[in-house]
Design a protein around this ligand. Structure first.
Ligand SMILES: Nc1ncnc2c1ncn2[C@@H]1O[C@H](COP(=O)(O)OP(=O)(O)OP(=O)(O)O)[C@@H](O)[C@H]1O
Ligand SMILES: [Mg+2]
Length: 514
């Protein structure tokens, strides 16, 4: 019987393709997990212990024609559940009238495991992004991973057996590499540095290269491992990372300025409203209070309101000369003051939120805006509104209103235009808004500058409800502001389509949608 450390082997001889066991070594117990004695009394155990997946090939071999031989690797499951790999070399023979199958099974479990581990290691080396290659002491390639195939444009099959230095390095670098390799082979020390790599197409790329010794079982250096990294790739990745960080910082700065701007705007708004309330409402209410006080004193002193004379028992307190007409006039004044106060309240409220938007919807609110624009600027402003069957009011209404408002304000302040078109329409589940003027055109710098807060504000409004906004110069001068806002709600922006065609002929000179 074989002992530990030795290869376990057992010979066998069957009569009649395995139906009867004529002979089997006792060491079979170490492989099959059953004694030779048991096998002799129960020959079917031989096949039963073989892994079901492997069994057919064994059966086929055993039943092959006389004179046939085989060498098969298969698995045997022992009674305790452990699995061994065996190599079976045997032959079938016809002796007289009976058929014999004889051979030898050898335990190859260790080799199998080693091969498996090697396969995993090759896969691991193939999986790394860095080029990993090996050369023997003569400098010939013995290993070449997938990344190396990619980087150099040479497949492993083509590379193996060829001189590594010539395959991998630019001619001018070869002396340096040969020296470094000699150091690795003789001293077992690693080396690394930057070298120019040579690709199959003749292009050279800068690479970071490491050479390390390949050590054999007896600690002798058997070759060199070469690892190479294309630094161009690294530089590109680094540049990309830097750009994205720069963009990010730009956005943060833009956001910071926008927030500051919003604070200033709100501050100004509040100051204006406070002034309106103080100056207009305050004065009127003070006037009213004086009038009402005056009236109360008259009533308390018993003035006869119908004809203005003090009543008989009342205190005249200097009002005896008040006529009925004067009193009515005073009351009419009070009523007028109340009306003015109401107007002022309405005016202030309208400044805070356009009433038409809530009460009458987007279309009427935009009409009001356009009418207001016409009367303030005297410019021709055409309104096209095709919003029939617009779904229930949503976040797009306020966004649309404010975008048109800011775009028209910009026309007033910057465009020097003669004609403006405001166009609102529905296109495939989106509200498309155009404000087009024929003025001097938005300067390219303003398109690029991330600090145009009116423009940023419009864009943010569009984004906040799932839409987008673009600004461009149009052919023949002028500016077009276009917003596309989803009508289905902020969560489900529909994709932009070619059908969102502009209502006026134009050619883009520049566009931004940052
Ligand atoms: N319709 C337009 N025609 C020409 N130039 C325009 C037009 N709209 C915007 N611009 C240019 O773009 C710049 C940025 O506009 P934006 O609305 O962001 O800022 P603003 O109007 O100057 O200030 P605010 O923050 O008060 O709106 C303007 O200063 C102007 O130069
Ligand atoms: Mg503006």
């Amino acid at each position: 019987m074989a002992s530990d450390g030795e290869t376990i082997a057992a010979r066998y001889l069957f009569i009649g393709a395995g139906r009867r066991v004529a002979f089997v070594d006792r060491s079979i117990e170490l492989l099959w997990g059953v004694t030779s004695h048991t096998l002799r009394s129960e020959p079917k155990l031989w096949l039963e212990r073989i892994h079901p997946d492997d069994r057919p090939q064994v059966v086929a071999a055993f039943e092959g024609p006389s004179g046939s031989t085989w060498s098969l690797d298969y698995r045997v499951r022992r009674r305790d559940g452990t699995v061994v790999w065996v190599n079976d070399q045997g032959r079938a023979l016809k002796v007289g009238r009976s058929r014999q199958v004889s051979g030898r099974v050898v335990d190859v479990t260790r080799q199998r495991r080693l091969e498996e581990r090697l396969r995993v290691q090759v896969q691991l080396i193939d999986a790394v992004g860095e080029s990993v290659m090996a050369a023997d002491r003569a400098g010939l390639v013995s290993s070449w991973n997938r990344a190396a195939a990619r980087l150099f444009g040479v497949k492993a099959g083509e590379a193996v057996g060829r001189p590594l230095v010539e395959l991998v390095f630019a001619p001018a670098q070869r002396d340096v590499v040969v020296d470094a390799m000699r150091g690795v082979l003789e001293l077992g020390a690693s080396w690394s540095g930057e070298l120019r790599l040579l690709r199959r197409d003749g292009r050279e790329v800068p690479g970071h290269v490491t050479l390390a010794p390949l050590v054999g079982a007896d600690d002798a250096v058997t070759g060199v491992v070469v690892m190479a990294l294309d630094i161009n790739d690294l530089r590109t990745a680094q540049a990309r990372a830097e750009k994205s960080e720069h963009d990010h910082r730009g956005l943060v700065e833009q956001l910071r300025r926008l927030t500051a701007h919003l604070h200033v705007v709100r501050e100004q708004e509040q100051r204006r409203i406070a002034r309106d309330v103080h100056d207009e409402l305050g004065q009127m209410l003070t006037g009213l209070k004086l009038d009402v006080g005056w009236l109360r004193r008259r009533v308390e002193s018993g003035v006869d309101i119908r004809n203005g004379n003090p009543s008989a028992n009342g205190d005249a307190s200097g009002s005896g000369d008040l006529t009925g007409a004067q009193l009515r006039e005073r009351l009419a004044g009070i009523a007028q003051l109340v009306d003015q106060t109401l107007d002022a309240v309405r005016h202030i409220a309208r400044q805070l939120r356009p009433p038409a938007l809530d009460d009458l919807g987007l279309e009427t609110a935009v009409e009001w805006l356009v009418e207001d624009f016409r009367s303030r600027t005297g410019l021709a402003c055409e309104l096209r509104c095709d919003l029939d069957g617009l779904p229930a009011p949503g976040p797009h209404d306020t966004a649309a209103f404010r975008i048109v408002q800011e775009a028209l304000t910009n026309v007033t302040r910057h465009a020097e235009a003669a004609h403006v078109l405001v166009d609102l329409r529905q296109v495939r589940g989106r509200l498309v808004i155009d404000v087009v003027d024929d003025g001097r055109g938005v300067p390219r710098a303003a398109l690029r500058a991330p600090f145009s807060l009116g423009i940023i504000g419009m864009r943010e409004r569009a984004r906040a409800c799932g839409g987008e906004l673009t600004l461009r110069r149009v052919a023949g001068g002028g500016t077009r502001v276009r917003a596309r806002l989803p009508l289905t709600g902020a969560d489900a922006p529909a994709p932009a389509t070619a059908a969102d065609a502009a209502p006026v002929a134009e050619g883009a000179a520049a566009e931004t949608s940052r």
